[in-house]
Design a protein around this ligand. Structure first.
Ligand code: F1P
Length: 288
């Protein structure tokens, strides 16, 4: 399942770009003070979008894990991202928000959550069967980026390139993975690390790129990988190379680079004889 869902992303991203036009009136209006919430993968999508929206000057935007929303802080709107529509923390938060806060939900299963939100953004065409999220999350971010005015054609072409490229054997042979990002790609780095943990039970971590020198680099060594999403800060590649760890970076659209990390997660699962469609200790959604 997961492999097919990963492979279908370029096609789904095209549909998500179209949806940004037809559903523009349902997406968060520019200028309003917005909090974006979710759990797990959906929280990382929230982080990436929040950074992009605010830095484009489209309004104050914060991202929170749904369980950590600061009740009492005022927002004009709350956008909840949830593939399943059943995640308990999201339902609890929507019920606890002060009256007058407009609520929107971006979901793969509207029937599960539409009643709890003021506006529903239906992304059910990108819902997926896997426990491990890939296509829904990236299509959600494509939809939100398109609504911010991004041209996604390069991202789609880059994703097609990534899907045609075999996973680098040296990366695949590594035993530990650190993912780095800056700005909106901090969320992508967190998502890449989660993907490898979920699908392949790998030891992974993620940081904002410039935080890496403030301690985490101490574990870098031969046989480990440090993977940068987006442009690497000056000197970082050299610093990592000195430790013996393998530094991975490229000029791809960072969302297409995330597809590369998804493929790596699948490849590592295969190498370890794990079935990413039956991930250890996980369920499709956490219902308390
Ligand atoms: C959120 C989520 C998934 C994770 C796992 C548990 O689900 O944390 O990201 O992979 O399956 O649930 P959702 O609220 O987006 O449905």
């Amino acid at each position: 399942l997961m492999d097919a869902e990963i492979a279908s992303q370029p096609e789904h991203w095209r549909k998500a770009v179209d949806l940004a036009d037809t559903a523009a009136h349902l997406l968060p209006p520019h200028g309003r003070r917005l909090a974006v919430v979710g759990c797990g993968t959906s929280w990382f999508v929230a982080q990436a979008y929040a950074w992009l929206r605010e830095s484009a000057g489209l309004g104050h935007t914060d991202a929170f894990a749904a369980s950590e929303f600061p009740i009492g802080r005022e927002y004009d709107e709350v956008l909840a991202i949830t593939r399943s529509g059943t995640t308990t923390e999201v339902h609890r938060l929507l019920a606890a928000l002060p009256e007058g806060t407009h609520t929107r939900v971006l979901t793969g299963v509207p029937s599960e959550i539409a009643a709890a939100a003021g506006t529903t953004i239906d992304l059910s065409f990108s819902d997926e069967k896997s426990v491990v999220q890939t296509r829904f999350a990236t299509s959600a971010l494509v939809l939100l980026r398109a609504h911010l005015g991004h041209d996604l054609s390069r991202a789609i072409a880059d994703a097609e390139t990534v899907l045609r490229t075999p996973v680098d054997p040296d990366v695949r042979a590594a035993g530990q993975f650190t993912f780095l990002g800056t700005g909106w790609t901090v969320g992508l780095a967190a998502e890449a690390a989660l993907k490898l943990r979920e699908a392949s039970v790998s030891w992974t971590e993620s940081y904002p790129a410039l935080e890496y020198r403030h301690g985490p680099i101490s574990i870098a060594q031969e046989g480990r990988v440090t993977w940068m999403f987006g442009t690497a800060p000056e000197g970082l590649a050299e610093d990592v190379a000195r430790t013996g760890a393998l530094f991975v970076d490229n000029d791809l659209d960072p969302l297409a680079d995330l597809v590369g990390a998804q493929l790596l997660a699948g490849a590592l699962a295969a190498d370890r004889d794990l079935d990413p469609d039956s991930p250890r200790n996980l369920t499709r959604s956490v219902v308390l």
